[in-house]
Design a protein around this ligand. Structure first.
Ligand code: T3D
Length: 270
């Protein structure tokens, strides 16, 4: 599939991995309407593209994203409409994406930029990067799902402090708090994110989609509801070619076709 060409969002597809690079480095990839519009459109197209099995989101330059483009704001803006049009669908799209997503947090992720990163399934973060929940510094409230992601990953006590104080969360703390999966040196994180993405792109896509669906549900549903969903989804996965292949490999005493290869086993840890 051919993706819209736009200098502010670079797209590259390789071996089933679509890499989307926010490209407004002069403003630390702050999110203006044009960038959010094209990001939404591209994610929508990739959802239906069989050639895309994994999406990687990153930024160019020294930032992942500084959140809302504060230079674009006008005092008379209808912010509620702005949120409904851009942030809500963006975060919902990423958080419920039917394919695995990887955020390669190459630098600071502030405000809605942190929301974008946290909405992805895997987060690989540069050791010098920070998450900045600067909303209260602007007299605003947490948005872009950051309230949801923070309280679930960190628990209420730590999430409240991070939100009210708005102090930068270092990569080391983000790892310790369970906000991200992996922290590494600048020159390393691209390799790690790529290895992870390549591994996921070779994985059982139906199984991934169903696991993701149930995992989202499990964040708010009762055990009996989740058990019912797991049973329903298992019946679907059980009929898949992926399962048949993997089972045959097991019975033949061969490795699973979906097990991590040596390269990705070195880096990714859940
Ligand atoms: O209003 C609504 O729509 C509600 C939605 C809100 C969602 C949100 O995302 S609210 C949060 C918005 N983001 C922020 O408050 C972060 C603002 N930026 C910063 O605090 C700092 O830039 C950073 C801590 C992220 C990084 O600091 P530093 O010292 O490394 O870089 P810098 O020098 O501040 O920034 C570099 C350039 O990027 C600079 O431009 P210049 O002076 O070189 O021409 C700076 O103005 C620009 N920049 C940084 N953040 C933004 C931005 N330009 C526009 N919008 C930004 N958010």
């Amino acid at each position: 599939m051919k993706y819209p060409e736009n200098p502010i969002l670079l797209t590259e597809t390789s071996r089933g991995v679509l890499t989307l690079t926010l490209n407004r480095p002069q403003a630390l990839n702050a999110l203006n309407q044009a960038l959010m519009g094209i990001l939404l459109e591209t994610l929508g197209m990739a959802k239906d593209d069989d050639g895309v099995r994994v999406v990687v989101l990153t930024g160019s330059g020294r930032g992942f994203s500084a959140g809302q483009d504060l230079r674009e704001l006008e005092p008379n803006w209808d912010i509620a409409e702005h949120m409904r049009r851009y942030y809500t669908p963006l975060i919902e799209t990423l958080a419920t994406y039917p394919k695995p997503t990887v955020a390669q947090v190459n630098g600071v992720a502030a405000g809605a930029g942190a929301g974008l990163a946290l909405a992805c399934d895997f987060k690989v973060m540069e050791a010098d990067a920070h998450l900045v929940l600067a909303f209260s510094h602007l007299g605003l409230v947490l948005d872009s799902g950051t309230t949801y992601f923070l309280v679930r990953s960190m628990g209420r006590t730590r999430a409240m402090a991070a939100a009210l104080l708005g102090e930068p969360i270092t990569a080391a703390s983000a790892l310790e708090l369970g906000l991200v999966n992996y922290v590494g040196a600048t020159e390393e994180i691209g390799t790690v994110a790529a290895a992870w993405a390549r591994h996921l792109a070779q994985g059982p896509q139906l199984s991934f989609r169903l696991i993701k669906e149930a995992m989202l549900e499990a964040e708010h549903a009762s055990l009996s509801t989740v058990l019912a969903t797991e049973a329903r989804n298992q019946a679907i996965a059980f009929q898949s070619d992926d399962h048949r292949r993997a089972l045959a490999a097991f019975l033949n005493k061969e490795p699973s076709p979906f097990a991590a290869d040596n390269e990705s086993r070195e880096h990714p840890r859940a």
